[in-house]
Design a protein around this ligand. Structure first.
Ligand code: PGA
Length: 265
């Protein structure tokens, strides 16, 4: 099965940038988004504090503004958390289950699923992040581990829910390390994930964007984007440099637009 979705390139700024540099990088990212709007969905997952500022400033551009995390609860005594109803007026999407949340905040699949439900219930798309550790890959368990993460977080979604789902396959050992999965391994994983989604609803599976993440740079992005089940990238470090980010988006336009022309248009 191949995909028929538009490619997406989503920057993950993590906990970086002061307000001036955030505003100027958002402006550059909005220009990139406008330049490629017909062919690539361009988004940035930014620190919560800058969300209303950046979302309102660039509201009329094609840039998708998103959050990096969200509480599973709508409101209440949850000091330090930000809820989906608070994010919803400003955000097109929210990451859930990023491996840094799983690692540093002990998030398990049940919590990730509750967050995903909160995001979708409040009219945002959920970008579900999944990925195996180095030890799990070396033990030959990568497909099983990631498959379980996908099904435990999203296995209950019907076609309506799946319309608001994106998945990012990010091997933990490739994030911020300069190491990447091979394009063939990333493709095998993306195809596995799409197959699992097809098991939930066959009609939705080609439409769910499946991104690769983990040390994506301008130089390696085209190798991932030319794989049939990889619909773009979740980009950490390289999204903090406007020129690098632009090159990655352009690579997605070149490869992704070709695939779309074959498939969906
Ligand atoms: P990286 O981060 O591109 O810096 O490896 C990716 C991510 O954590 O989403």
């Amino acid at each position: 099965m191949s995909s028929s979705t538009m490619p997406y390139v989503i920057g993950n700024w993590k906990m970086n940038l002061d307000v001036e540099s955030a505003m100027s990088l958002a402006e550059a990212s909005a220009e990139i988004a406008n330049e490629t709007a017909d062919d690539v969905g361009v988004g940035i997952a930014i620190p919560s504090l800058w969300i209303p500022l950046i979302s309102s400033e660039f509201f009329e551009t094609s840039l998708l503004v998103g959050a990096q995390d969200c509480s599973p609860h709508a409101a209440g005594a949850y000091t330090g958390d930000v809820s989906a109803p608070m994010l919803s007026p400003w955000c097109a999407f929210t990451l859930v289950g990023h491996s840094e949340r799983r690692q540093h905040h002990g998030e398990d699949d049940d919590l990730v699923r509750a967050k995903l439900d909160a995001v979708i219930e409040h009219d945002m798309a959920a970008l579900l992040c999944v990925g195996e550790t180095e030890a799990q890959r070396e033990a030959g368990n990568a497909l099983d581990v990631v498959g379980e993460q996908v099904l435990r977080a999203a296995g209950h979604l019907d076609s309506g829910g799946l319309r608001n789902l994106l998945v990012a396959y990010e091997p933990v050992w490739a994030i911020g390390t300069g190491q990447t999965a091979t394009p063939a391994d990333a493709q095998a994983m993306a195809a596995h994930i799409r197959g699992l989604i097809a098991g939930l609803d066959a009609g939705s599976a080609p439409e769910v964007p499946i991104l690769y993440g983990g040390s994506v740079k301008a130089a390696n992005a085209p190798d991932f984007f030319s794989e049939g089940d990889i619909d773009g990238a979740l980009v950490g470090g390289a999204s903090l440099d406007a020129d690098d980010f632009l090159e990655i988006v352009r690579a997605a336009r070149q490869t992704g637009a070709g695939l779309l022309a074959d498939d969906a248009r």
